[in-house]
Design a protein around this ligand. Sequence first.
Ligand SMILES: *[C@@H]1O[C@H](CO)[C@@H](O)[C@H](O)[C@H]1NC(C)=O
Ligand SMILES: *[C@@H]1O[C@H](CO)[C@@H](O)[C@H](O)[C@H]1NC(C)=O
Ligand SMILES: *[C@@H]1O[C@H](CO)[C@@H](O)[C@H](O)[C@H]1NC(C)=O
Ligand SMILES: *[C@@H]1O[C@H](CO)[C@@H](O)[C@H](O)[C@H]1NC(C)=O
Ligand SMILES: *[C@@H]1O[C@H](CO)[C@@H](O)[C@H](O)[C@H]1NC(C)=O
Ligand SMILES: *[C@@H]1O[C@H](CO)[C@@H](O)[C@H](O)[C@H]1NC(C)=O
Ligand SMILES: *[C@@H]1O[C@H](CO)[C@@H](O)[C@H](O)[C@H]1NC(C)=O
Ligand SMILES: *[C@@H]1O[C@H](CO)[C@@H](O)[C@H](O)[C@H]1NC(C)=O
Ligand SMILES: *[C@@H]1O[C@H](CO)[C@@H](O)[C@H](O)[C@H]1NC(C)=O
Length: 583
Amino acid sequence: MAEQGSRLDSSLPVFTPDVKRMGGVYLGDSSPPLYSSSARRSLFLRVSAAFFAGFLICLAVVARYTSNQSCLPFSALSALLPMDVGTPEWHQYPPAEPTNAFPSAFPSNVGYPGPTQAGAEPGVAATAPAYPLHSNDFNIFRSWGSSSPWYSIPRGKFGVDSSPEAPDTCNITGVHLLHRHGARYPADFVSGTGPAGFASRLNKNAENITVTGPLSFLDNWTYKLGSEGLTPFGRSQLFDLGVSMRMRYGFLLKNFSDTNSLPVFRTDSQTRMLDSAHNFALGFFGYPLEGQYQQEIMIEAKGFNNTLAPYRSCPNNDIPYIGYRGAPPADAWKAVYLRDTVHRLQRYVHGFDLEVRDVYAMQELCAFETVALGYSKFCELFTQKEWEGFDYSYDINYWYGLAWGSPIARAEGIGYVQELVSRLTQTPIETHNTSTNATLHNAVTFPLGNSLYVDATHETVVLNVLTALNLSSFAAMGQLPTDHIPKRRTFRSAELAPYATNVQFQLLSCSTEPDPQIRVIVNDGVVPLANLDGCQHHPDGMCSIHAFVDAQKENIRSTDWNFVCNTNLTFPDGWKTTTGYPV
Ligand SMILES: *[C@@H]1O[C@H](CO)[C@@H](O)[C@H](O)[C@H]1NC(C)=O
Ligand SMILES: *[C@@H]1O[C@H](CO)[C@@H](O)[C@H](O)[C@H]1NC(C)=O
Ligand SMILES: *[C@@H]1O[C@H](CO)[C@@H](O)[C@H](O)[C@H]1NC(C)=O
Ligand SMILES: *[C@@H]1O[C@H](CO)[C@@H](O)[C@H](O)[C@H]1NC(C)=O
Ligand SMILES: *[C@@H]1O[C@H](CO)[C@@H](O)[C@H](O)[C@H]1NC(C)=O
Ligand SMILES: *[C@@H]1O[C@H](CO)[C@@H](O)[C@H](O)[C@H]1NC(C)=O
Ligand SMILES: *[C@@H]1O[C@H](CO)[C@@H](O)[C@H](O)[C@H]1NC(C)=O
Ligand SMILES: *[C@@H]1O[C@H](CO)[C@@H](O)[C@H](O)[C@H]1NC(C)=O
Ligand SMILES: *[C@@H]1O[C@H](CO)[C@@H](O)[C@H](O)[C@H]1NC(C)=O
């Protein structure tokens, strides 16, 4: 009892100062948080602190945004105040009797939740050991590829020296948000692979295994992860994303009050997707949700057309790493960067021959246990270089499997692009010949002319969509080598597809531009659009909506879903692509 009490004492009181310290670091120069080598605290607290830091950034952005848009410029303070200074401004939302409310068109249970397995209850307060601390600027939370929690991309990182708040000369007239679910338990592992495969191999051989040194914790280690579902931390990511989007874009709800209607948000039927959408809505609208918006739940299951889960209706998607022969491309890289690690860790295990897949699974366990349980003893086993190798293994996987290096990525993303164009032009889709579902494309469940759209999906689909949109600055590094990490890395899964990754299609009306404009903002990083036909280099990354739509119509015309998904694609030896298309 006394011992437990002292452990609590050593971790809980540091929470507040830590938040402030990390918040300060983030706000000051947007560099990653530094770990003091003397501090001893649990990873859970660090994750929370990183969170609050993200939240503070958001507040800062909002504050800046507000001062740009509606505060008096300082130079005006010596003049007489305008007549309306200090008058109250109140917005009534939601409208009391919205004309588009059709609860029967939005069933709250459409089935197809997919399988999930609950995990063990976390208990960091009682069980977290001290966390291994780093004193340089390496950030382990950003080195887990798509298993990293999302964070704001530093200004300029994607090549546009601008930030998410509207330029002074522009008003925001709409936003279309596409986001991923939050942190989850392991998913989609073929049995025998991944963290669970490692755990069962260990368990099967347990009677003969002895562990020493840094691996002695395995003596008492149990496998506590569930599968597929959202973790408690994942839940908070979506809630926080909802809060932050309300603070950025809440004013767009005035359009709905004006037109006496409710927004429609969309998600998939899978448990983690539906849970993510609800948590986002709770952050955005607050509890209770009734009467504030309508939630479309699109069935995610084999054979169903669904632009937020297009792989379910694309048969060629079932061929793993289609276009590439032999083992998955990332396997070669794992063998390179983990070769020495296997030998290093083998010294502490007797009676069990470690393989690359076991050591890789231990790295995955660090990432998964951290977001599920709040800490992981596996994290401290690896060096910074090994984490960088792990991070890069995700990039290879995703490049060749889901993005510019995959022959089917563009077709899989094109259905969402059609929907985006349909919304931007307020024109229904003519022919449903991709992953779109004609049944759902009606004025109730796919409204046109709204100022705010929110769609929840998977990281795989976010990458498919970025590929289909031809945002090729991310592909500028070319094919990803599997024997070393290149210096120039324009495609990073931790930046593009982390947990709760979010893409804001921001619509603007600017005094400096004759036409309505669009910007694409990925995790707060403004993406260049200049490579799109008809778009120009622009300091804030804008393109006229008209030109953007024309370029996307060209992408739609040149992407044949049926050919990509339903025909026997053949690939000559040495075949590769950087356009996400087979030819
Ligand atoms: C453990 O080692 C013994 C003796 O070498 C062997 O007979 C037994 O099959 C091993 N158990 C497992 C689970 O491999
Ligand atoms: C494992 O648990 C036992 C019993 O609680 C304890 O005596 C032992 O020290 C633990 N071993 C490690 C490596 O933590
Ligand atoms: C389209 O969506 C509806 C409603 O979820 C569903 O009943 C129908 O099966 C879907 N159609 C296809 C082709 O997937
Ligand atoms: C699919 O339909 C669209 C119209 O919605 C058309 O422009 C396009 O050419 C069609 N694609 C194919 C491959 O037939
Ligand atoms: C589903 O997709 C297929 C392939 O694009 C298409 O032929 C079919 O019409 C779609 N069904 C619906 C209901 O949209
Ligand atoms: C939303 O309202 C703003 C401000 O009144 C207006 O500029 C914009 O065009 C409206 N957007 C839509 C899609 O109605
Ligand atoms: C932005 O909106 C304000 C208030 O509606 C308006 O006075 C201003 O002219 C608009 N600016 C632009 C660039 O559209
Ligand atoms: C797509 O990007 C490529 C390379 O950046 C460019 O050459 C091409 O014109 C773009 N296509 C469209 C339709 O914008
Ligand atoms: C696909 O095409 C290849 C090469 O032409 C052929 O060997 C193979 O049998 C075909 N597969 C199917 C399922 O038709």
